[in-house]
Design a protein. Structure first.
Length: 291
């Protein structure tokens, strides 16, 4: 890591600028870490200086409210929801007497994670925070009613400029739409989501994966028989069932039913291994090398 005195609150790693600022001691109770650090996503010192300065100003404003009003305002990445605090969850909602009030993007993601993030893996939380963090970086942390279609297209153009694949853009837009829709519903406002119906080439950069040829699968299976250890058993099980690696690695012995009329494996959720989707729970016949 290296410091660049021309860019405040920053350091560089592999040529990329990162924002870094320590949380004041009197406010650390609101945070899950002692400092805030994230990539500024640029190699340009002038761009980094602008972004770092803006981030520092936003933090100063947040910290002012935290000190003066005791507000538990959600931070962009590390400020955690105080679910056990005396303030009710509804305190994030706007005043019922303010017809034009809604919530900011950073507040929206906090509402989203509070409602839909229960018992979800850390990757779910990171995906929502990352996607909405992109919105804040490109378009600002606006009130939900303040975003326009021009903001959404600028958001899209930023990803195209970074050469993200169409599937990655689709995933990010899907998360942002879900956050905006749920938060708007929670605060009781009707909104035309500007992040809906944005055009881009969904096939851009997407490479269709070809299935492994049968002779390659047979060669792998022969090697599994030769080496004959637990890792090769796992590969062999996957080779003829199509199970996901995580599904196969998370099985219990009783999930393998080999004495039935049709030998099969029961794929189900365990405390140590979640399923990717609710419909992933299934019974898969054991045949060939997997049996």
């Amino acid at each position: 890591m290296a410091k660049d005195i021309s860019v405040p609150f920053s350091y560089t790693k592999d040529g990329i600028y990162y924002f870094e600022r320590r949380v004041p001691r009197d406010l650390q109770k609101h945070y899950s870490a002692s400092k805030i650090a994230y990539s500024l996503r640029t190699r340009s010192s002038s761009v980094a200086a602008s972004r770092a300065t803006r981030a520092a100003q936003q933090l100063d404003e947040y910290w002012y409210h935290l000190r003066i009003k005791g507000s538990e305002l959600p931070g962009k990445h590390l400020l955690r929801m105080q679910q056990n605090a005396t303030k009710a969850p509804g305190s994030l909602l706007p005043s019922e007497h303010d017809d034009n009030a809604t919530v900011s993007q950073s507040e929206a993601v906090a509402i989203y994670l509070r409602l839909k993030g229960q018992n979800r893996p850390v990757t779910f939380h990171r995906a929502a925070e990352r996607a909405c963090g992109y919105v804040i970086d490109v378009c600002g942390d606006k009130d939900l009613l303040g975003y326009s279609k021009a903001d959404a297209t600028r958001f899209r153009d930023a990803f195209i400029e970074r050469k993200l694949t169409g599937s990655s853009i689709t995933r990010i837009f899907g998360t942002v739409r879900s956050v905006v829709n749920l938060a708007a519903s929670e605060v009781g406002v009707n909104i035309t989501n500007p992040f809906t119906g944005v055009y881009y080439d969904r096939q851009s950069g997407v490479i269709e994966r070809a299935p492994l040829p049968a002779d390659v699968i047979k060669a792998v299976q022969r090697e599994c028989m030769k080496i004959d250890d637990d890792l090769r058993w796992l590969v062999a099980l996957i080779s003829d069932t199509g199970l996901r690696l995580a599904e196969a690695a998370g099985l219990l012995r009783e999930d393998l039913v080999v004495d039935a009329d049709i030998p099969h494996v029961v794929v189900r959720e365990h405390p140590w291994r979640r399923l990717k989707t609710c419909t992933s729970a299934r019974v898969v016949p054991l045949t060939g090398m997997s049996l």
